[in-house]
Design a protein around this ligand. Structure first.
Ligand code: ATP
Length: 169
């Protein structure tokens, strides 16, 4: 990753891969389907049960189980990327998976219910909560007169105070 100044980022991993296992839907349960995903949290491995056999293990950076809350997911997956973006680094989060696996639920979620919001609305809240603390000034200095262009009054001049202790000789 590179920041806006072109410096390279010295983080541990530039690409991290997470897996989120969604709960079976009511319909899937009613049809007699059962969970075929076996999670090994210690080593972050997933094994699938297929025709009574187990597939080879698939390794991830972290496994999110069906009970994982949206905010927990956000804190682990998106929070560090958004923090880095606020420092000027580029970052990307994308959801990949077959239809019905929970990409929309994870990325968008339910906007009406705060705890069900997904990564996108939580990212906006995160960014706006940070930038609301920033202070932005937009000044014009012209003929030794200073004007605050965000004051709403373009004719209002700011007072210039001279500090003799730091004035250059
Ligand atoms: N972690 C979860 N907890 C509870 N319900 C979930 C979860 N993930 C997905 N679901 C539900 O499973 C269903 C399918 O999820 P979703 O629509 O997000 O899948 P998708 O991958 O975006 O599908 P498509 O590719 O077809 O758009 C939805 O009803 C969603 O609410």
């Amino acid at each position: 990753m590179e920041n806006l100044n072109g410096d390279s980022q010295s983080s541990q991993e530039n690409v991290r891969v997470f897996i989120r296992v969604r709960p079976l839907s009511k319909k899937e349960v009613a049809e007699g389907n059962e969970n075929i995903v076996i999670c090994d949290h210690k080593d972050n491995l997933i094994v699938l049960k297929k025709n009574g056999e187990h597939t080879k293990p698939f390794k991830f950076d972290h496994i999110f189980v069906p009970t994982t809350a949206q905010l927990e997911m956000y804190r682990m997956v998106a929070f560090p990327i958004v923090e880095k973006a606020l420092e000027g680094y580029n970052g990307t989060i994308f959801a990949y998976g077959q239809t019905g696996t929970g990409k929309t639920y994870t990325m968008a979620g339910n906007h009406q219910v705060p705890e069900l919001k997904g990564i996108i609305p939580n990212t906006f809240s995160h960014i706006f909560s940070q930038i609301s603390r920033w202070q932005l000034t937009y000044l014009e200095i012209y003929n030794e007169e200073v004007r605050d262009l965000l004051s709403g009054d373009p004719n209002k001049k700011l007072a210039i105070r001279e500090r003799k202790d730091i004035a250059s000789t």
